[in-house]
Design a protein around this ligand. Structure first.
Ligand code: 13P
Length: 252
């Protein structure tokens, strides 16, 4: 059975002290929650990963990275390798976030290399993708999502998909307060599962967790999560407030 996941992408927020505090608060808030088959994840910035991992120690909170470089090591000033992440016990890395694609020129081709590096290092990825507003307005959203997945992931063997979590994040819903409706999310998630089934098989398609991201808040989480192909959320702004993030976890 695929896992339910609530993941907080902290983006470029929280210094070291704030990161530790948020994890401590979250630990206390979910201590007595029944989280069967549900993973709770937070993604602090690189510089705060090690102390965040220590802070989360002994709890069920997983601490993951927001990005990773594809090369093993070398002259890539400012970048972080899989080896470096593994050495501090990071097991999962977010890749392909629309902010990385937009502001840091990440492409389907470079993301395919990053995904290969994830697999070569026995890591897991939460792989993000989603259409722009103009794609949706021109009714191109299914084609855009299909090409993002094909270009970055469909070269993988079926067996690799146990290390992949998908996060559908329509760009027009990120940080805008405008969410996809639960029906729009379900429609896209079902489409994603159908193209994975066509390319691979039903077992792979049914096994992959597909998260929705884009202005998920306590007020809308339960309805979005109630859809059969929505396996949880990748949360931005609301993950920075312990009460909101906890409410979203409870919604699942
Ligand atoms: P918001 O929840 O702030 O819209 O951000 C979503 C997101 O980008 C998570 O990766």
């Amino acid at each position: 059975m695929r896992s339910k996941i609530v993941a907080g992408n902290w983006k470029m927020n929280n210094n070291n002290k704030e990161s530790i505090q948020l994890i401590e608060d979250l630990k206390a808030a979910i201590k007595n929650e029944e989280l069967s088959n549900t993973r709770v994840i937070v993604a602090p910035t690189f510089v705060n990963l090690a102390t965040s991992i220590s802070a989360a120690n002994g709890s069920s909170i997983e601490v993951v990275a927001q990005n990773m470089h594809q090369a093993k090591n070398g002259a890539y000033t400012g970048e972080i390798s899989a080896d470096m992440l593994k050495a501090i016990d990071v097991k999962t890395v977010i890749l392909g976030h629309s902010e990385r694609r937009t502001y840091f020129n990440e492409t389907d081709a470079s993301l395919a290399e990053k995904v290969d590096a994830i697999l070569a290092n026995d890591l897991e990825t939460i792989f993000c993708f989603g259409e722009l507003l103009e794609d949706r307005k021109s009714d191109n959203h299914f084609a855009v999502v299909e090409s993002q997945l094909k270009n970055a992931l469909f070269h993988l063997e079926a067996s690799a998909w146990k290390s992949i979590v998908l996060a559908y994040e329509p760009v027009w819903a990120i940080g805008t307060g405008e969410t996809a409706s639960p029906e729009q999310a379900q429609e896209m998630h079902a489409f994603i599962r159908s193209i994975i089934e066509k390319k691979y098989n039903k077992e792979v398609a049914d096994g992959v967790s597909i998260l929705y991201g884009g202005s998920v808040k306590p007020a809308n989480a339960e309805e979005i999560f109630s859809k059969p192909d929505v396996d949880g959320g990748l949360i931005g702004g609301a993950a920075l407030k312990v009460a909101d993030f906890t409410a979203i976890i409870k919604a699942i």
